[in-house]
Design a protein around this ligand. Structure first.
Ligand SMILES: Nc1ncnc2c1ncn2[C@@H]1O[C@H](COP(=O)(O)OP(=O)(O)OP(=O)(O)O)[C@@H](O)[C@H]1O
Ligand SMILES: [Mg+2]
Length: 261
């Protein structure tokens, strides 16, 4: 599958009296890494959830290659090729690393929600959930790309956070996404792991996937992203090429906490 363009157009999301996302438009294009930055509470995750379908926007549209998917469920979006990871880690702790990735591969053909339930039950009852033979080539490819070969048969719950972040990314990659959305993938990673993640994200983008990254680690963002959007208090305060956004006075002030006079 080739990459696709994901557009959020004029997205607004309110929680009671709070406008968490206020008329924000973002575009994620195939073959590139787009990053979304902003201080805590800026609305990044809420915008991300509107793009993945976990939140329904109060206004605005989400388009995948120009097709309106605003009303599609997260599962329908997954089947259309939108892969994602979560800010709070979400791996199946009782399954091995390879089986976690296999679930991602299985997602391509089954409804993700049904599969999640099957995976949970399978993990508890010790039943096979994943059609190993069918998905093995893709799983092996991704294990290789992420350097997870050594822990392929290790039960995920015993692994450190840094490795689990890669497992979660691997699961999304096994789904063969056209667009890959990542919410704080570097959280809990050490310097080496972050560097490795950066290389992986570049090679995923180079394979044609559209990658959107929500991230606090500005060094990672400005090293890896082609295009950066900066949010503060629900609004977009800057966007453009990474180098331009990095030196934008509004970004320096609002996000990097540097006072510009
Ligand atoms: N489900 C919700 N119900 C009510 N308020 C919410 C909900 N989700 C988010 N908010 C509020 O919306 C605002 C934006 O939150 P959001 O999680 O999108 O920010 P963020 O930029 O992802 O922050 P962080 O960097 O801490 O992850 C915050 O004020 C938050 O408290
Ligand atoms: Mg967040």
């Amino acid at each position: 599958m080739t990459g696709a363009t994901l557009d959020g157009i004029g997205l607004t999301k309110r929680f009671g009296g709070l406008t968490a996302v206020d008329d924000v438009s973002v575009r994620t294009e195939p073959g590139s890494v787009t990053a979304l930055i902003g201080p805590n509470g800026a609305g990044k995750t809420t915008l991300f959830q509107c793009l993945t379908g976990s939140e329904r926007p109060d206004a605005g549209q989400v388009l995948l290659d120009g097709v309106d998917i605003t009303r599609r469920t997260p599962d329908a979006r997954a089947r259309l090729g939108i892969g994602r990871t979560f800010q709070r880690l979400s791996v199946f702790p009782t399954m091995t690393v390879a089986d976690n990735l296999g679930v991602g591969a299985e997602n391509r053909t089954s409804a993700p929600a049904a599969l999640r339930i099957a995976a949970l039950l399978g993990g508890i009852l010790g039943l096979p959930v994943v059609n190993e033979r069918k998905h093995r080539p893709r799983v092996e490819e991704v294990l290789d790309l992420l350097g997870l070969g050594e822990v392929r048969d290790t039960v995920a719950g015993t692994l450190p956070t840094g490795t689990l972040r890669l497992v979660e990314l691997g699961r999304a990659l096994c789904h063969d996404p056209r667009v890959l959305l990542l919410d704080e993938p570097a959280s809990g990673l050490d310097t080496n792991e972050t560097q490795h993640l950066q290389d992986v994200l570049r090679s995923v983008a180079e394979s044609g996937v559209a990658v959107l990254l929500v991230e606090h680690d500005v060094d990672l963002v400005f090293d890896v992203a082609d295009r950066v959007y900066a949010m503060a208090e629900g609004r977009l305060i800057a966007s453009g090429a990474a180098a331009d956004v990095r030196s934008d006075p509004a970004v320096l002030e609002a996000y990097l906490d540097v006072s510009v006079s």
